[in-house]
Design a protein around this ligand. Structure first.
Ligand code: ADP
Ligand code: ZN
Length: 608
């Protein structure tokens, strides 16, 4: 199939003018009958990679999808674009299943969505070869691996489709990157000489920011109230705090709900559904709120507590901005949280698990405290080291942290460690060092005679929190080493000793506790500047139509389409058809009410 033909289908069916990175290559290979493995970030447009071949290629495409809610959404989305799609799962009555089967035998559908357990039902597999299957798409393919975060044993059986449907190509898709998971997918799905595509994990439309955590609940309320039209997720560590925060937000007049694994399944489903349908603006959730979240217009993801590791942080923030419009990722950070996490880690019984957890926490602390580009740090974690900085989309690039001459404080800190070790012949932890520096009057200091040291009380010009930050930066710079056991102690490293002797000048980052945070908004890729009032009206109209049809609003049009509408303000159907996200079917179904609103709006403002 020619490039022009693919582009024509893309425009006609989905209303898009161009492909996202790697989509075209993946689609071309898939249509040529090759096995394909596609690793694209969240929001990278994975669905299109099998939907377009299904539309272009003839025959039936079977899509394996792990969640019933997701399946339903995707099928509704396709139907709204005029694509014949259906699903089979345990929620259907046997009448309904039979009717759908009859349609499948008559070749009425281009796509069939299935839960993996369905594939194994006896009587079902035997019928598959009669349905003219032309492609198998395995979505969320990481579910096949125990190393992934969402292992589903049923996925293991999928390879048997290779025997049932010999010669039918597979396409496996995921956003989960680790090498182990990747290998598992290729091996366990028995992919044959697959073409592997990996897109950059950069999310250009997301911005990253750390806010020093002081009064977190008020900080969240303030943030959310400053964005009255926007929807977002606030991740909290405990079930209790999700509920408390939702309560406080509601008291402040914000529609908010809690979501965690302790809720009744019915309640969870309702919470999620309200969020998907734009009835709830803010979801206060534990990490249990995850894979099912395909809501495209999540505009911010806040972390109320410190995430466990960089990978989870990337996955969780990744739920913002699937639609390509800007999304803000904010982490509320305090060193008190680090201490809390450390205490959790000490409670673990397995030393290996403890070691990994400590290492992961250290990486998270580094992410939060470093003055470097946050996007660069995230991408380096996934092995993309050459991302150019500044990125223009993180706080450190937009408002570089103040640096100060840290020569004297560093000397004080390191000499203090040195003197302590000399006097006591053992190393102590960060807290004790800071207490000696600031001249604290503690029982331990007296007992060990540390108030007699020359470094006792020489650091009163900084607060304890500031000294902690300075100390952590010295660890990051390699001037101190931190022991890995229970009560982690600090020692001067060889580099630290060398530096103390050489006494060359040293710049440090000014501790965040003393810098003002300016919550300015970054200008970030993906933004569509438009009339916000018209946009708000278009959203109201969309919601009405969505409620009538009983589908989530984004099934009608994504936010991007509404923003383009509010920017270009078309008056005719021909102009309307040019808007991204408007395919033939949606033009027919929805142009009239939206055009009427736009034209009326222009008339009222004398612009018609
Ligand atoms: P993923 O599954 O990779 O997270 P989706 O398939 O859900 O991503 O796609 C994310 C969003 O991007 C959807 O709203 C989809 O309609 C949109 N999209 C996909 N491909 C394109 C494209 N070529 N141009 C514009 N938007 C696209
Ligand atoms: Zn940056």
């Amino acid at each position: 199939m020619q490039r022009a033909d693919l582009l024509a289908i893309l425009k006609r069916t989905f209303g898009y003018g161009s492909f996202r990175p790697l989509q075209e290559e993946i689609i071309t290979d898939t249509l040529a009958g090759r096995d394909v493995f596609a690793l694209l970030p969240t929001g990278g447009g994975k669905s299109l990679c099998f939907q377009l071949p299904a539309i272009a290629g003839g025959g039936l495409t079977v899509v394996i999808s792990p969640l019933i809610a997701l399946m339903k959404d995707q099928v509704e989305g396709l139907q709204a674009s005029g694509v014949a799609a259906t699903f089979l799962n345990s929620t259907l009555s046997s009448e309904e299943s039979k009717a759908r089967f009859r349609g499948l035998y008559r070749g009425e559908y281009k796509l069939l969505y299935l839960a993996p357990e369905r594939v194994m039902l006896s009587g079902f597999v035997e019928r598959l070869p009669e349905l003219g299957v032309r492609l198998i798409a395995v979505d969320e393919a990481h579910c096949i691996s125990e190393w992934g975060h969402d292992f589903r044993p049923e996925y293991r059986q999928l390879a048997s489709l290779r025997q049932t449907l010999p010669g039918v190509p597979f396409i496996a898709l995921t956003a989960t990157a680790t090498l182990r998971v990747r290998e598992d997918i290729v091996r366990l799905l028995e992919l044959r000489d697959p073409r592997c595509y990996t897109a950059s994990f950069n999310r250009p439309n997301l911005s990253y920011r750390i806010l020093p955590k002081s009064k977190p609940t008020e900080q969240v309320i303030q943030w959310v109230k400053a964005r009255p039209e926007e929807t977002g997720i606030v991740y909290c560590q405990s079930r209790k705090s999700t509920e408390a925060l939702a309560e406080r937000l509601r008291a402040a007049g914000v529609s908010a709900q809690a979501y965690h694994a302790g809720l009744e399944p019915k309640q969870r489903e309702k919470s999620q559904d309200n969020f998907l349908r734009d009835r709830t603006r803010v979801m206060c959730a534990t990490v249990a709120f995850g894979m099912g979240v395909h809501k495209p217009n999540v505009r911010f993801v806040m972390h109320y507590d410190l995430p466990k590791n960089i990978e989870s942080y990337y996955q969780e923030t990744g739920r913002a901005g699937r639609d390509g419009l800007p999304g803000e990722c904010v982490l509320l950070y305090s060193s008190a949280d680090v201490i809390k996490q450390k205490a959790f880690i000490e409670e673990k019984s397995d030393p290996e698990e403890q070691r990994i957890a400590r290492e992961q926490l250290q990486q998270m602390v580094h992410y939060a405290e470093s003055g470097g580009c946050r996007r660069h740090m995230l991408l380096s974690y996934f092995g993309e080291h050459d991302f150019p900085v500044p990125c223009n989309g993180c706080d450190n690039c937009l408002e570089p942290k103040e640096r100060f001459d840290g020569t004297v404080p560093a000397q004080k800190f390191l000499s203090c460690i040195f003197r302590l070790k000399q006097a006591s012949r053992f190393c102590v932890g960060m807290n004790h060092i800071v207490e000696v520096l600031t001249g604290a009057d503690t029982e331990k200091i007296k007992r060990w005679g540390h108030d007699q040291l020359s470094t006792y009380g020489i650091g009163k010009e900084h607060s304890r929190a500031e000294w902690q930050t300075i100390g952590r930066e010295l660890i990051r710079l390699g001037f101190c080493s931190q022991s890995a056991e229970r009560m982690s102690t600090l020692d001067i490293s060889a580099e630290g000793m060398a530096w103390l002797k050489a006494r060359s000048p040293l710049n440090l980052t000014r501790p965040t506790a003393t810098t003002k945070s300016r919550p300015s908004r970054p200008t970030i890729e993906g933004d569509v500047v438009c009339d916000e009032f018209l946009f708000a009206q278009l959203r109201t109209l969309r919601r009405t139509i969505a409620e009538e049809r009983n589908v989530p609003p984004y099934i009608i049009f994504p936010d991007v389409t509404l923003r383009h509408l509010a920017a270009r303000q078309p008056s005719t159907e021909a102009e309307f058809a040019e808007i991204p996200g408007v395919g033939e079917r949606k033009l027919r179904d929805f142009a009239a009410p939206f055009l009427e609103l736009v034209v009326q709006w222009k008339k009222e403002r004398g612009r018609a």
